[in-house]
Design a protein around this ligand. Structure first.
Ligand code: APR
Length: 259
């Protein structure tokens, strides 16, 4: 894509966003790539290196919650996971996170649905944020969906128990095979149904239900804008594609929309 093409795509994308009534951003690991956090798939991806986790992680947690917590709290238990966590711990929000928070402050972006668990959107100031795969700085009750910061608990006695309802606490990050908490998935579908323009940034659009939200938008007559250096299954339904890094492109959108 030439520079002229990119500039034209940014003009078109910002015009479409300006005309939209309910813009929603759907975000994936690519948004945090420029913060130094590895993506999952593609070159250098975490799963590309170590393989996708087993689909029965949640089942294993339910079968032995204390053993699951012991494993979670032991950095040596999973070096790749520890490396990923260290990348998150040393990461800062990048211009893409700040651009989404600014679009929200401008009243242009109505909600951000993120698949990322790295807390960088919160740190960049996003408020209307739905963390569909959870947030790794938190623990969650599998009964009442209560959430607390991880460091509000001591982990001497395992597994930690919900102070509100007595059910099990686990990391807030949604595991493979774990149902997405009902309040979270309801909020996502509500936004997808209201949305007339979904900007899909930095996701390979391969994991459901998140990857299905753009289809809900288009079936309601809405449009898809894609921000990704690489093609994805959504590229063919996007009315405009910004083929590049979100950290470079999203601030340009903000600039144009500021007028
Ligand atoms: N800007 C925008 N997009 C980027 C950038 C960047 N700087 N760098 C990489 N990308 C794109 C890649 O081209 C790829 O399409 O980000 C996408 C990352 O895809 P994945 O690694 O599959 O991450 P994601 O789509 O978020 O995965 C979804 O899978 O394993 C689960 O829970 C995990 O939330 C994750 C889900």
């Amino acid at each position: 894509m030439t520079l002229q093409d990119t500039e034209a795509a940014i003009r078109l994308a910002s015009d479409l966003i300006a005309e939209s009534d309910h813009l929603v951003a759907l975000v994936g690991a690519g948004l945090s790539a420029e913060s130094g956090i590895p993506t999952f798939r593609g070159a250098g991806g975490l799963w590309s290196k170590v393989g996708e986790p087993s689909m029965n992680g949640y089942e294993q947690f339910l079968a032995d919650p204390a053993g699951w917590w012991e494993n979670q709290l032991d950095p040596a238990a999973d070096p790749a996971r520890t490396e990923f966590r260290e990348a998150i711990d040393s990461a800062e929000p990048n211009p893409a996170h700040h651009a989404l928070a600014e679009l929200e402050r401008m009243g242009v972006l109505k909600a951000t649905i993120t698949q990322n668990v790295d807390d960088l959107h919160n740190r960049a100031g996003s408020k209307r944020l739905i963390e569909i795969h959870g947030n790794r700085t938190k623990v969650r009750c599998i009964g009442c969906e209560g959430r607390w910061s991880r460091d509000e608990f001591s982990y001497d006695a395992l597994p930690p128990i919900c102070p509100k309802c007595g059910e099990l606490l686990k990391g807030d990050t949604v595991m493979f095979g774990e149902p997405i908490p009902p309040s979270v998935i309801d909020a996502c579908y509500r936004e997808a149904t209201l949305c007339d323009c979904i900007m899909v940034c930095g996701t390979s659009a391969t994991v459901y239900p998140a990857a299905g939200f753009p289809q809900i938008v288009t079936s309601g007559g809405g449009i898809v804008i894609e921000v990704n250096p690489n093609p994805t299954p959504l590229s063919r339904i996007a009315v405009v594609t910004l083929r590049g890094a979100a950290g470079a492109l999203l601030p340009k959108l903000v600039e144009r929309l500021r007028g």
